[in-house]
Design a protein around this ligand. Sequence first.
Ligand SMILES: [Zn+2]
Length: 134
Amino acid sequence: MFPFMIKCDAYQQMVTYCQSQIPFEACGILSGINQVVTTTWCLPNAERSPYRYSIALPFINQTFSSIKQKGEQFLGIFHSHPTAPPDPSPEDIRNANYPEATYVIVSLLTYPPQTGCFQILHHQSFKKQLVVVP
Ligand SMILES: [Zn+2]
């Protein structure tokens, strides 16, 4: 599988947002051009929970139209694990509705935070490499 590439600024913004939402899980959408993430869309976690996340449909639709307006592609979904490693939970796998997306998990268990990157197809997760590009 191809590595998932994310611009340094977008990566920093994602991690900073995740840290700002402690003790709750943070979440959002990643978009970019030519398979490189250039924009992080920080969205509210509708669950306001340390263990779960969901993004309300109006926020998803609004973000998808903003992505289109920018001429970018929807590339991924991120969320944080405030106290767990960066691996998808059974619930993360069950609720993964976008087979074309890459799922990024930011673990705040360690400092600096660690990230895991996955494609989730047919209720199975496949680990991908995440590469931060300048
Ligand atoms: Zn999770």
